[in-house]
Design a protein. Structure first.
Length: 115
């Protein structure tokens, strides 16, 4: 299993970014996918989740209405669109899949929100 995130960067408050996670090594269309984030000194938290078909999504209360998770099964890719970014959104964002009771993670992509 390999998960490779991209799209992070430095953005001003109120700005937007789109993160991508390219997956390989498993049947992508058969698994729900998740985005987590971890800020310095804090525990890793679930930000958004998407079902196999993409019809069902869930978000942390802190990002609801500002972030959108989506997936393209034909491209083996899951996305996270971030809008209305706040300084408290600064974190390393990780793509995740749980497969046979094992969590797999990408290397993460840094998102920094600062003026």
């Amino acid at each position: 299993v390999q998960l490779v995130e991209s799209g992070g960067g430095l953005v001003q408050p109120g700005g937007s970014l789109t993160l991508s996670c390219a997956a390989s090594g498993f049947t992508f269309s058969s698994y729900a996918m998740n985005w987590y984030r971890q800020a310095p000194g804090k525990e890793r938290e679930l930000v958004a989740a998407i079902s196999i078909t993409g019809r069902s999504t869930n978000y942390a209360d802190s990002v609801k209405g500002r972030f959108t998770i989506s997936r393209a099964n034909a491209k083996h890719t899951v996305y996270l669109q971030l809008y209305g970014l706040k300084p408290e959104d600064t974190a390393v964002y990780y793509c995740n899949v749980r497969r046979v009771f094992t969590d797999y993670w990408g290397q993460g992509t840094q998102v920094t929100v600062s003026s």
